[in-house]
Design a protein around this ligand. Structure first.
Ligand code: SF4
Length: 288
């Protein structure tokens, strides 16, 4: 087939776990089930949950009969405390790797270090990590390190979806500024594996299609990495595929962010095969 799916692509352990927890909760809860923010950064999945009555809410519900699911990105600890204080039934679907990053930030703070988090300020996961170590700051570039306390050791952790290269760049910049650095690598393996597999594929094909929410940080990063090697299209759904992108004889690679379920990957692959004139049945290599 002129279509190849990266051997690591699509929904990661944390997303599969969160989806399974919601399904279990829907089956067991006697009252309404809500998620605190969108469960995952995938508009199609969020819309399908909403169609089944699972609303994503931005404020904590007042009604103690609600079962509230915390998404895989986690929340600031105060939200969990407040939800429990209101008597809500809380199902915490925070990914264990995100919890690990929160714990690492807190441990650095308790060890007397100033905490630096490599990650995008405002991203819910980063906000949760920052809140675990009050006073911590989020950085993306060495320039963001301006104003750290001289002579105070730095504890460095990362948003789980950042690249190891960027993490090492920040660590080097901190050392170059004379800081003693304790770095905890909290980039999760799922992200690294998807990035490596996508780049490997992007170097071998004519074009890449990357599937996932435009609001998904890890999908956007996958698309950026692939675009360094070949023309790359980032789509959320099969309907967004433009027939002009595909010509007979082309080799197309497909990757997908960590919040993209397999069914969405299959739908996109099927449409690409049709557009390439190969029929829509595949086979294509299934993602793992
Ligand atoms: S990308 Fe990693 S940290 Fe994020 S939800 Fe998936 S497994 Fe967890």
């Amino acid at each position: 087939m002129p279509l190849e799916v990266a051997d690591k692509a699509g929904a990661c352990f944390g997303v599969e776990r969160a989806l399974a927890m919601v399904e279990r909760t829907i089956g067991q809860a006697s009252g309404p089930v809500q998620t605190f923010g969108p469960l995952i950064h995938n508009p199609e999945v969020v819309a399908s949950l909403a169609a089944r009555g699972v609303r994503a809410v931005e404020e904590l519900p007042e009604d103690a009969g609600v079962t509230l699911v915390i998404r895989s990105h986690g929340v600031v600890p105060e939200v969990l405390d407040e939800a429990r204080a209101r008597g809500l039934d809380v199902v915490d679907a925070t990914c264990p790797y995100v919890k690990q990053a929160q714990r690492a930030a807190r441990d650095h703070l308790l060890a007397g270090r100033q905490v630096v988090v490599l990650g995008e300020a405002g991203h819910p996961e980063v906000e949760g990590i920052l809140a675990s170590a009050p006073g911590a700051r989020a950085v993306m570039e060495p320039d963001d390190l301006e104003g750290l306390e001289p002579g105070v050791p730095v504890g460095l952790v990362s948003q789980t979806t950042q690249t190891p290269e960027r993490f090492e760049r920040i660590e080097r910049a901190l050392r170059a500024q004379g800081h003693e650095v304790a770095a905890t690598h909290t980039i999760c393996a799922a992200t690294r594996q998807r990035q490596q597999a996508a780049v490997d594929l992007a170097t071998r094909v004519d074009e890449m299609v990357v599937i996932g929410g435009r609001n998904s940080a890890n999908t956007t990063r996958l698309a950026e990495l692939c675009a360094e090697h070949c023309p790359t299209h980032h789509v959320e759904r099969a309907e967004e595929l433009d027939p002009r992108w595909f010509k007979a004889g082309m080799n197309i690679g497909v990757s997908a962010g960590a919040s993209t379920p397999k069914a969405q990957i299959d739908a996109v692959c099927s449409t690409i095969c049709e557009l390439l004139g190969e029929g829509g049945e595949g086979p294509w290599q299934s993602p793992s």
